[in-house]
Ligand binder design. Structure first.
Ligand SMILES: C[S@@+](CC[C@H](N)C(=O)[O-])C[C@H]1O[C@@H](n2cnc3c(N)ncnc32)[C@H](O)[C@@H]1O
Length: 237
């Protein structure tokens, strides 16, 4: 009879484990746990994600270069770069470095993820145009109004203080420069308790940080792409 009582207990444990470690990836256990889990995932991360060049061209490279426009020698920051997805596909495309003579900085707190990012982008290392910073998103170690564009993909929901992170991202952008974020979607998005926002609520929330022209579109499985611009006139939330 005792084993019949153990079944619901084991099911409850599994649900809590799934919520805490699989869906929200340690978020509710603190930043150290999130970073530790990513260090642990790092050797398997690219194998799980299986990024495909043609898809990344459409999902990442074209939207970013399209928003950037014809800025000369642009400087881009990729917050929570992971294994270097944004730098890798931008460098592989070549327009940022060869045509625009721009640079990208990948910022990432998990050392093992960053090590994988460095290894992934090794084929482009001779071309320059790439730097790494091991650091969390708050505070960003850059002066205000430094970057011509900023990306933060598939990461905002794992940051301990989303508002502080967006405030920092907007601070380091130049006035008028684009910010490309992602918004978690699907049923699992609602498991980020206290953080889930509908599309209109997400856009309204971003506006409080001085972002204008916010557009939210379908993107990849489980995520929307969110594009906004730092207001040309400085704005304090
Ligand atoms: C799902 S991955 C996304 C990586 C990459 N942007 C991509 O699209 O492949 C989330 C990343 O956020 C990073 N991260 C977690 N906490 C962070 C923090 N406080 N500041 C910056 N990055 C953080 C993780 O280490 C992880 O590499």
């Amino acid at each position: 009879m005792l084993y019949l009582l153990l079944i619901p207990f084991a099911a409850l444990l599994w649900v809590v484990y799934y919520w805490l470690f699989i869906v929200t990836e340690g978020l509710y256990l603190g930043q150290r746990v999130v970073v530790w889990l990513y260090d642990w995932y790092a050797p398997r991360y690219d194998g799980i994600k299986q990024y495909v060049t043609e898809e990344e061209q459409v999902l990442v490279v074209e939207p970013l270069l399209g928003e950037l426009g014809r800025v000369s020698r642009p400087l881009i920051l990729d917050v929570a770069t992971g294994t270097g997805r944004v730098p890798y596909f931008l460098l592989q495309d070549g327009r940022l470095t060869r045509r625009l003579h721009g640079r990208i900085i990948g910022l990432e707190p998990a050392g093992q993820m960053l090590a994988q990012a460095v290894a992934n982008t090794q084929p482009f290392s001779a071309e320059g145009g790439l730097d790494w910073v091991q650091q969390t998103a708050v505070p960003l170690p850059f002066p205000s109004a430094t970057f011509d564009a900023l990306t933060c993909l598939e990461a905002l929901e794992f940051l301990p203080d989303e508002s502080a992170a967006v405030r920092e991202m907007v601070r380091v952008l130049k006035p008028g420069a684009p910010l490309l974020l992602t918004r978690r979607t699907g049923w699992e998005a609602r498991l980020f308790i206290g953080r889930y926002r509908t599309r209109p609520a997400f856009a309204a929330w971003l506006a409080t940080f001085g972002l204008t022209d916010v557009v939210i579109v379908d993107w990849q499985s489980n995520y929307d792409l969110v594009i906004g611009r730092k207001a040309a006139v400085s704005h304090k939330p």
